[in-house]
Design a protein. Sequence first.
Length: 340
Amino acid sequence: MALWTLLILLGLGFPLAAQAAGDALAEVDGATITSDEVEKPIASQLSKLEEQIYNLKRQRVETLINEKLLAKEAAKKRVSVPALLDAEVTSKVGLVTEQEIERFHQENRAQLKGEDSSVRDQIRAHLQNQKLVAKREEFLKSLRSQAKITVNLKPPPVLRVEVSADGAPFKGPAKAPITIVEFSDFHCPFCRRVLPTLAQLESQYGDNIKLVFRDFPIDSLHPGASKAHEAARCANEQGKFWAYHDRLFANPPQSSPEIFRGVAKDVGLDLTAFETCFSSGKYQSAIKKDLEEGNRVGVTGTPAFFINGRLISGAQSFEAFARVIDDELARVTASLSGSR
């Protein structure tokens, strides 16, 4: 069944026929092909589709909730919704300063192209929009806190995949209740884009999460990416993986030994030890094993995250991660309460 057909059926509320594990889906000369044989190898992909459908519905539910809250507040104040937003959001957002523009320009100089005046105008518009969005979310949060909201939309059944983190670099407590295993590619723009979200998660959840990094360089899309992963592995030998990781993502994707050596120098590595490690190619087989593990657990692109074994694919929003993490923390709390 095509995905668009599946979306239409689910959106209209038509239940899809459930298949028991032993149901025969086909026969070949009397030999049956069961539902279990079909679904087990593609369980991750099916789960991903179910999660996508749920997220689409959840986003629409949240949009409608916000629209109703805004309409109610506007009616209460006897103004239109645009007038309400002008008064409570737009008028309360300060203008972007030249200092803010310059700071953003310096931090993102490598990715910014074009005439300086045009670039600065784009930065100003981008930062101003960020401020408006943040203020609007703050206003909506205040409205939600005063309303009684019940969401009855049920998430899909939880599918967990056993993903090893043995020997991989990680941040956070070794026995944190939430383990996030990331399969990433140093030359992937979406992997770079998700970094602020991960930083926000670390700030929000602190010692409750452990973030694990696993290699998934896609050389067919990003030629030479594997070399960046080898270099980071060598940095890990000297306890500087995350510093090297951050610097690789901060720079444009490149794969020359000179670039890797420069990053090693910048983060304070022993250069002789680093170059000996890198030139030996000693981590090529380990990176290959990570790729094989990623393929086994259903990774089809980067970044891919497994939160206590639950797959989140792509550079998704903070809220998408937080929903799963909060659910997992609730499960851990319930489990601890039940064991007392």
